[in-house]
Design a binder for this molecule. Sequence first.
Ligand code: CP
Ligand code: NVA
Length: 308
Amino acid sequence: MKKPRHILTLADLSSAEIERIFSIAEDLKAKWAKGIREPLLPGRVMALLFEKPSLRTRVSFEAGMIHLGGVALFLGEEAGFGRRESVADFARVLSQYVDVIVARTYQHQTVVDLAQYAACPVINGLSDLAHPCQALADLFTLRELFGRLAGRTLAWIGDGNNVARSLAQGCGKLGLRLVMATPPQYRFEEAFLEELRRDTPQLDLVVTDDPVEAVREASAVYTDVWTSMGQEAEAEQRRRAFARYQVNAALMARCQKGAVFMHCLPAHRGEEVTDEVIDGPQSVVVQQAANRMHLQKGLLAWLLGAHT
Ligand code: CP
Ligand code: NVA
């Protein structure tokens, strides 16, 4: 049997494949704007297996699959994932019923295990290591805003977390320079850096502890929560460590003209970003969230072979 293609991190996609997914997403988005919902995946079934809460990832995948003529099944607590049977048995059985699994897990190893035993593709819908669909949608948004991305700079302010790791991989593949302002103890781990260098040796990555330095040449300034889901016990310590890393009007004033503000959402307003910035004219956070659906429709059509 042919081994299924899994998207667990952006190391699983080449630059050319990302471009292909973007072009399908662009086409589907333009059709959707005209009221056309091309049923490319009739009768196809997607399972959404979530260990953590979600608004954007869950609803954008569900709505997108419905637009494509397929069906989405949300499997929450009651499926007993991780409690009633082994991950291997769960994956082997679930993948007999569905065509694709989107999984949101605490540990990245769990999506790796699901993928190892599933007979259908597994897409990572966020793990502690990575959030590939978010980064793809964000790069797609930047493409809409700026056209060609190669040579532009993305500034990351804050935690070197799941979203940051996926953006780093995506920046490497699409030729963006990534400048990260991150406290030393929250930077990328050596193991991830090694993988990043191996997969995208061309990535221009600069790391600093000065947010002003980081945003100076940026076309986009991106931040995320200081405390991700599952890290709640560290919230106080993190608030202290990231206090200097807030994206506020004073920091945005240090950017180039035309720079945009990005956030994957949900935001902790008043911590990593102020209301003034996230609700201000430079903010593209709603466009990013909207593009989750369009991008993932492109990804599903590509991955399930319905769009050539
Ligand atoms: N950005 C994102 O993944 O949001 P959710 O946690 O609501 O899915
Ligand atoms: N870094 C955040 C992203 C949420 C979409 C988290 O993991 O909670």
